[in-house]
Each structure stands twice: as C-alpha cells, then as structure tokens.
Design a protein around this ligand. Sequence first.
Ligand SMILES: [Zn+2]
Ligand SMILES: [Zn+2]
Length: 258
Amino acid sequence: MRLTVLGKSPAWTDAGGACSGYLVEGVEGRAFLLDCGNGVFGKLRARRDYREVEAVVVSHLHGDHVLDLAPFAYALTVGPDAGSVRPALHAPAGAAAFFRRLAGAWGDEELIPRAFALSEYEAGDQIELAGVAVRPHPVPHYGPTNAIELEARGGGRIVFGADGRSSERLAVAAAGADVLIAEATLAEPEAAPLSERGHMSAAEAGELAARAGVGRLVLTHISDELDPGRALAAAAAAFAGTVEIAAEGSTYETGDPG
Ligand SMILES: [Zn+2]
Ligand SMILES: [Zn+2]
C-alpha cells in the first residue's frame, strides 16, 4: 500500500497548496482517494488519471475535506469521457442530504450522486478497496467525524486521524500502526476544556502518537503559516519515533504490495 499526500492544508489553503486529500494505491495499480478537499482534484490530476480512481472515502463533511468532489463530479459527468466510470463514494451518515444541499446551492442537487455511487458508512463497517481494508473510527470533532484506518492485504497499517481533539478513540484506532497521520492545526492546545475542543496542537499529536505506540508520526492539517521547526520539536518532545510534516507529494509505503 502506498499513500501519497495530495493536500495537507487546514481549512485555509497553503500558498499554492490544497486541503485534505490522500491518494492510496493498493494491489494491481488500483487506487482510491481519502478525502477530497478544495484543491485536491487538480493535485490528483497531476499524478494520476482520475478515471482510475475507483472510490473516494470521506472522513467528515467539512469543506476542506469534500469541496473538490464538485470538480471531480463535473469531470465524471461532463468531461470528455462523461459517464464512462462511476466511482464509489463512501461518506459518513448524513452525506446524501449534505451533498444535495451543497451542489443544490447552485441549482444542481444531483451533481454528486449522479457522478458517484454514494453510500453512507457506519462505525464498525469495513470497506474493501484496492486490496486495502478501510475502517472508519468515530472521533470527537465538530460534527460526525471518522479517523480512517487502512490495513493492506500484504501487511501494514496507516491510520489517518482526520480532524479532532486528542482522544482515546484515536489512540485505540491507531494503536501499533506503522504510520499515524495526525492533525496539528493549532500552535498551542486550545484553552477550552478538553471535552469542548475540536483540534490538536503538534505537542498533543506527539503525545497521542506515543500513547498509541505508532512507528511514524506525520503531522497534517497544519498551515504553512505556522513554524514547522517549532511544530516538529513540540511533537518530538513527546514522541521518540520519526516525526515529519506532511508535504504534497510525500509517500508512505507499508508491507508488500500484496
Ligand atoms: Zn479540516
Ligand atoms: Zn473538520
């Protein structure tokens, strides 16, 4: 399994960057997308033919994780090969109504369900894509949100924490993973009580990675307006393994291709 960072910006994009999006390549060259935030479709096109993407898995229904489903849907429905493929779209409960409202704002309620075979997943589901077992794990954020666990047929686990405060749920989902991709939106932990927080700092991501016993920590959802050296040092203070900041084009490979 190989995961490539297409976009790692938080809700405001980096200079020249894209919001949340990761290309996952599994067996036999098959591929799917994890999140499709604004800017991601163009980044995908720079690397792979979008017609080869067999599915999109969405962690939660925030703009920075879903907005480029609109250009992707136009490519699939009015592009030169319109209608030739209809990828699966796996999204949390409420997604069907949400996507109708989203594209309905400009008068095309059916845009996303026309382009994608949409299904709403639930906690405990396992979705098989490209020889990778994909498991959503609900985590606390603003609105229903899921960390996404990827386990390759040939071995290896990558856990994408999505957005959310530090939580036992994410530590359990990520336990022993080869790679944890964790959000580090904040320069400092929020002042609010933990139960009311919605995001993590790099220091909190480092503590969580240590608790989960992962092999490698990748900080994501982190703005290019934050100091990367400071974020890395804060995470490394708690976590002894490899820490890096997600960068567009970085790849993470686990196990054999299966
Ligand atoms: Zn986000
Ligand atoms: Zn969010």
